[in-house]
Design a protein around this ligand. Structure first.
Ligand code: NAP
Length: 220
């Protein structure tokens, strides 16, 4: 499965690139926006392409099997950038994937993402993510929306709690989010689902099977 990692130079994207590369079923390509970031990916053995979401990246889509959107404007930019990247660029990418016939789309969203979020802390971000998620749900794509709690850099435990609606916020090591992304790519029952995830007590694969069952690719 040839997978474009959008936001590859980010914390999640970098871990994902390495893990997918080590996996015989996947052939990752990292989308980065600065040539100087290429060194890291060359060292990992992962091919990379240089492009900016805000300028459009449709030329990289033909021939792909899947896209993972793990880009983000980050907390240090203003709300305008959040709208530009987390919302509008994500929506443009969804449209471009529809146009290019790249059906599989994994969106890294966030617990609480909602176009009508009333969060007192990160309302603008959650609304922007929510608008992009809504557009993805109404697309023709085979999407999975993974909505983690707050991401932390601690080592992964390989154990999570998943639900379509957890009802609370929590934390998740980025390494464990990456395991959830890979599990979603492997488990075709995740298509059309929104899966919230925080640290928990179940192995990632078991947690997914418990929530959605284990789905193999359809026989052609
Ligand atoms: N932080 C949290 O607690 C939290 C919680 C829930 C969900 N999330 C979501 O999880 C995802 C991954 O988080 P992370 O910690 O890995 O984020 P990160 O380290 O900030 O990485 C984000 C990446 O997006 C890239 N990017 C930004 N604008 C771009 C553009 N216009 N074109 C191409 N790439 C662009 C950045 O590129 P550069 O490296 O060039 O800057 C960066 O590599 C994000 O979607 C985030 O919203 C985060």
């Amino acid at each position: 499965m040839k997978v474009l990692i959008v936001g590859a130079n980010g914390k999640v994207g970098t871990i994902l690139a390495g893990k997918l590369w080590a996996h015989s079923n996947f052939s990752p390509v990292g989308l980065i926006r600065d040539m100087r970031q290429q060194t890291k990916f060359t060292a990992l053995g992962v091919p990379s392409v240089v492009g900016d979401l805000e300028e459009g990246v449709s030329s990289f889509l033909p021939g792909l099997d899947a896209v993972v959107f793990t880009a983000g404007s980050g907390s240090r930019t203003g709300s305008e950038k959040t709208t530009d990247v987390d919302q509008n660029a994500a929506i443009q990418l969804i449209k471009d994937c529809e146009g290019a016939g790249v059906r599989r789309f994994i969106m890294i969203s966030a617990i609480g993402a909602d176009p009508n979020s009333e969060s007192t802390r990160i309302q603008h971000y959650l609304r922007a993510k929510g608008v992009a998620d809504s557009r993805l749900r109404s697309s023709k794509l085979d999407y999975t929306i993974i909505a983690p709690g707050s991401l932390i850099d601690e080592r992964g435990t390989g154990r999570v709690q998943v639900s379509e609606d957890l009802g609370f916020h929590g934390y998740l090591p980025r390494e464990d989010l990456v395991e959830c992304i890979i599990e979603s790519l492997k488990n075709f029952n995740s298509i059309g689902k929104t899966i919230q995830v925080v640290s928990g007590g179940q192995k990632v694969k078991d947690a997914f099977i418990g929530l959605i069952g284990g789905g193999l690719p359809p026989i052609a």
